[in-house]
Design a protein around this ligand. Structure first.
Ligand SMILES: Cc1cc2nc3c(=O)[nH]c(=O)nc-3n(C[C@H](O)[C@H](O)[C@H](O)COP(=O)(O)OP(=O)(O)OC[C@H]3O[C@@H](n4cnc5c(N)ncnc54)[C@H](O)[C@@H]3O)c2cc1C
Length: 406
């Protein structure tokens, strides 16, 4: 946290009720909710518009999150273009095992890539709702977020000048490496879990071999297929943490994917050029509380969940719905209840999803470390999903995020 700069009372300083730092799914959703209610806000983003609209990451959105976007007028294009998945598939012991979650719950997973969602949200915020968004800003600093006079400063990318913006609230939506986490006071508690494994995250210019998510549990390591569109597919390969993507030439990648995802009664994967290859060291963290004075954290700035269960963007959207609505209630109606309960309400779903992610990590990686005892219990858990309706229902509820209350 940085204290007020000497030009704190500068006449050139601007004022907005809310400054949102970061134009990812969380920040853009908060901005859109505020604009729809006629609340002025400023979104500051370090990347260019092209960069944020093209950065490939998530793709799976839960149905409650789609409905939340729809209620706020943010899902028109998503509803036209997204695919709906009604099942996923586990592959182990050389066979494919379909898990038809929609038959069990009536709910779907939606597949819409993060770049498409971010593009829609930027367009709605800036071009339709007339919101102020400044791309490419440098050296953003938060000033006195713990006080009732917070401010944010940044360097204008065109002029090189420092700009100061006074505000009532700062929404810290700038992800894991942003300034909001760096500005947390000493009393912030960060709980962290390291899985001790890596995932090679791949984006292939190739259609998925089936229109469903595939989870491959193989003695050689986990492999996964996550369809993104009819021509793009995300794949994952378990690898040692810190592995160098350069050690994974395309031929090695495809050979491992084919081997780990092979199933007797299924066709091989469709291969194609690999557009992205990066190693993720799998870890989670949670910052508690998510509020420090006038700084409200949302999304990955507050909690990271490794992409094991495809939950991070969903949590970012949940935070954004709660924060956007709470800020509107406070600023437009003087109702503080949403802001007062914000952190506790977010954290209930956050911890549920963290727990599911750890449970699923055990399923994904339990057969591959050479420990025959661990492999035996992992296979027992997997078989139970297909033999016990109670186990299947519990999995579906967590996989789809459909519990009645969080
Ligand atoms: C390979 C991969 C696959 C994934 N798949 C899924 C999935 O299928 N489903 C799912 O739910 N989640 C998934 N996730 C997680 C998901 O991508 C994140 O949880 C999501 O992006 C979080 O959104 P956010 O808005 O909190 O943060 P971000 O998307 O990280 O946005 C933060 C923004 O802040 C900007 N910023 C950073 N620092 C500053 C600064 N100092 N000043 C101004 N701006 C700054 C950044 O440029 C960025 O635009 C995946 C992640 C990865 C890596």
């Amino acid at each position: 946290m940085t204290s007020a700069p000497s030009h704190f009372n500068s006449p050139s300083a601007e004022r907005f009720p809310v400054v949102v730092v970061g134009a990812g799914p969380a920040g853009l959703t908060v901005g859109n909710i505020l604009r729809a209610a006629g609340v002025d806000c400023l979104v500051l983003e370090a990347g260019t518009r092209e960069f944020v609209e093209q950065r490939p990451r998530a793709g799976v959105i839960e149905e409650w999150a789609v409905r939340g976007l729809e209620r706020r007028g943010l899902a028109d294009r998503l509803l036209e273009r997204a695919e709906r998945h009604s099942e996923c598939e586990f592959r182990f012991d050389g066979r494919a095992h379909r898990f038809a979650h929609t038959e069990l719950t009536g709910r779907h997973h939606w597949v819409y890539s993060q770049p498409l969602l971010v593009t829609d949200l930027v367009r709605e915020y800036a071009d339709v709702r007339g919101g102020d968004i400044r791309f490419g800003v440098r050296d953003v600093r938060l000033h006195e977020p713990d006080s009732d006079r917070p401010a944010v400063s940044y360097t204008d990318p065109d002029t090189g000048e420092r700009r100061l913006v006074h505000c009532d609230f700062i929404a810290g939506c700038d992800g894991p490496r942003g300034v909001s986490r760096a500005a947390l006071p000493a009393r912030a508690r960060t709980s962290r879990h390291d899985y001790g494994i890596g995932w090679l995250a791949l984006l292939a210019e190739a259609p998925p071999c089936a229109d469903r998510v595939l989870f491959g549990m193989h003695p050689g390591g986990f492999a996964g297929q996550m369809p993104r569109s009819s021509r793009l597919t995300r794949y994952y390969l378990q690898c040692p943490p810190g592995d160098d993507p350069a050690d994974w030439p395309d031929e090695r990648v495809w050979a491992e994917l084919q081997r780990r995802l092979r199933a007797a009664d299924r066709p091989p994967l469709t291969e194609g050029p690999l557009l992205e290859k990066r190693v993720l060291d799998m870890h989670d963290y949670v910052v508690e509380p998510m509020v420090f004075g006038r700084l409200f954290l949302a999304g990955d700035a507050a909690h990271l969940v490794a992409p094991i269960a495809a939950k991070g963007m969903n949590l970012a959207l949940n935070d954004a719905f709660l924060l956007g609505d709470a800020l509107v209630a406070h600023l437009a109606e003087g109702d503080d209840s949403g802001l007062d309960g914000y952190s506790a309400r977010c954290l209930r779903r956050v911890w549920e999803y963290q727990d599911f992610s750890r449970w699923l990590a055990e399923i994904f990686h339990g057969v591959s470390d050479g420990d025959s005892y661990r492999a035996g219990t992992t296979l027992a858990r997997l078989r139970r999903l297909f033999s016990s309706p109670a186990a299947a229902a519990a999995f579906a509820e967590q996989y789809l995020g459909t519990a009645d209350t969080y």
